[in-house]
Design a protein around this ligand. Structure first.
Ligand SMILES: [Zn+2]
Length: 196
């Protein structure tokens, strides 16, 4: 069985590079911060800027993933250390996050690559870390058909390290669905298995 969780329609909306309005946005931005967009080093920067934003916002997670039949329903499956980059919606600055996804299969086991695709898909848009884990948890719940899903993210935000209090710090966000929210023993098992 193949599953599909993309947003294909957006992809067709990307304008050709030479008429992308984001090129003008970048030129304006450069002028506003006191730069000359026509100087040597900046000549191709507006096009690169436009291309990068289109790549970021029109990301395709891919569609070829497999669901396997689970042989037991009591096991705990954990996929950890999925590294993603996203953009903080408050500052438009990047944050990197390490994602751990856990679930208890009730009939369907998800192919490993699907977890990374789901994580990257939700990271490739303006986000806050709390919504990122919530979105991933909701998707995994839908795709696997199990209510028992947990997502943990540890993120480092450039809006903290580069501006504001200018210190590096890790922020942890969690989303516990189903038994992970009601069964302290299950949550304790998850945390003991993912402790590094
Ligand atoms: Zn921020």
């Amino acid at each position: 069985m193949t599953t599909h969780a993309g947003h294909d329609l957006l992809h067709d909306l990307t304008p050709p590079a030479d008429e992308d309005p984001l090129v003008d946005v970048a030129r304006q931005l450069l002028k506003e911060i006191g730069e000359d967009p026509d100087r040597e080093g900046l000549r191709d920067t507006p096009q690169r800027f436009a291309r990068w934003w289109r790549e970021f916002s029109d990301y395709h997670p891919g569609t070829t993933d497999t669901l396997f039949e689970a042989t037991t329903t009591s096991q705990l499956v954990i996929v950890s250390d999925i590294a993603v980059w996203s953009l903080c919606e408050h500052h438009l600055l990047p944050f990197s996050a390490t994602i751990t996804i856990a679930y208890r299969p009730t009939g369907h086991l998800l192919g490993l690559s699907k977890f990374a695709r789901v994580a990257h898909n939700h990271a490739h848009r303006l986000q806050v870390q709390e919504r990122l884990v919530a979105d991933i948890a909701t998707d995994i719940t839908t795709i696997t058909g199990t209510p028992d899903v947990a997502v943990i993210a540890r993120g480092e935000h450039l809006c903290m390290t580069m501006r504001g209090i200018k210190t590096s710090a890790l922020m942890t966000s969690t989303a516990y669905h189903g038994a992970f929210s009601t069964d302290p023993a299950l949550r304790a098992e998850l945390l003991s298995l993912t402790r590094s």
